[in-house]
Design a protein around this ligand. Structure first.
Ligand code: GYE
Length: 312
């Protein structure tokens, strides 16, 4: 009997030590505005589970103020580390300084902050400016540098909106006959894209002189395609379409002949993010400020392969 009690006591002690070693990480997510965001959140939760990380997940529902409060809550809870996918680039300095004062390392994921880089360990993200350039270059070659464009903008003040616009313009402004005729906000949602496109269709008498739609993400374009169909228009044929994310819906639209190109934004980036976090917590310090995630360009030629690769 004594031997049995001893085994149980040792087992319980090991469990306690093991539990004490489980890291608690706060993740401040943007919201649920797009299929890409939903996939990214699911990947972060699954990867944390795989690594035995206790993940505190907060969804800001696209509200910057709510996100700042969530991060303050992680600081008050003395988590081991904080990962932030920032809704907007501004307003972060004080909160990041509070995390630093509490000796809690911060990691920026996906989007970016306009704050002193010394306030966070590293940013793990794709290059949004490059995504805009890739879209601009593909469109320039597809139209021989001659195109009137409607732009659907993402959430105002968000890094992907700022940089995708800049990157796209850097390319198309080199062609005298390529111009953004209209630029309308759609907040990265399908509903926002549909609303924006309905407005533009009215203002341009059925997209007269519009040769292409450039959307900062696939979901806004999928909403815009709905609006164009309702107006009897033919997206993907009469107006070319270029967007970013590479979500399953855009590959289906390509196979239906309604979309022409999407720059893939990888959503399974939890492994890269938690690699950096856990290596930092284990003592590694020499990280690049920007851990770059690659972007690939896709067209109807590989849409079917992309869908089956994703198990759709
Ligand atoms: O493109 C969009 C989401 O932050 C780069 O946010 C990400 C963007 C992505 O709403 O679908």
């Amino acid at each position: 009997m004594h031997r049995c009690r001893l085994v149980v006591a040792v087992f319980a002690a090991l469990l306690t030590i093991g539990a004490a070693r489980a890291q608690t990480i706060g993740f401040a997510q943007v919201g649920t505005e797009s299929d890409w965001r939903t996939a990214f959140s699911a990947d972060m939760k699954a990867e944390a589970e795989r690594r035995g990380i206790h993940l505190l997940f907060s969804n800001a529902d696209n509200d910057a103020g709510r996100q700042l409060q969530a991060v303050r809550g992680f600081i008050a809870a003395h988590v081991d580390a904080i990962v932030i996918a920032p809704v907007v680039v501004t307003g972060w300095t004080e909160t990041l300084q509070a995390a630093k004062a509490a000796n809690i390392p911060v990691f920026i994921a996906d989007r970016a902050v306009d704050a002193d880089p010394g306030l966070f360990v590293a940013r793990i993200a794709a290059d949004f400016n490059l995504e805009g350039r890739l879209a601009g270059a593909w469109l320039a070659q597809a139209t021989r540098g001659n195109c009137g464009i409607v732009e659907l903008r993402g959430s105002e003040g968000a890094e992907p909106t700022i940089q995708r616009h800049k990157g796209f313009l850097a390319i198309v402004s080199q062609f005298p006959n390529m111009r953004i005729l209209k630029s309308v906000g759609g907040d990265f949602t399908s509903e926002g894209g549909q609303r924006a496109m309905s407005l533009v269709i009215q203002e341009t008498d059925g997209l007269k002189n519009v040769c292409a739609v450039w959307s900062h993400n696939d979901n806004m374009l999928l909403g815009a395609i709905k609006a164009m169909h309702e107006a009897g228009l033919h997206p993907g044929r009469d107006q070319l379409t270029v967007s970013v994310d590479g979500v399953p819906g855009i590959f289906r639209a390509m196979l239906a002949g309604d979309a022409n190109m999407s720059v893939e934004l990888k959503s399974d980036i939890g492994k890269y993010i938690f690699d950096v976090v856990q290596k930092y917590l284990a003592g590694k310090r020499d990280f690049p400020k920007w851990v770059l995630i690659p972007s690939d360009l896709h067209t109807p030629a590989d849409a079917a392969a992309m869908l089956s690769r994703r198990g759709f």
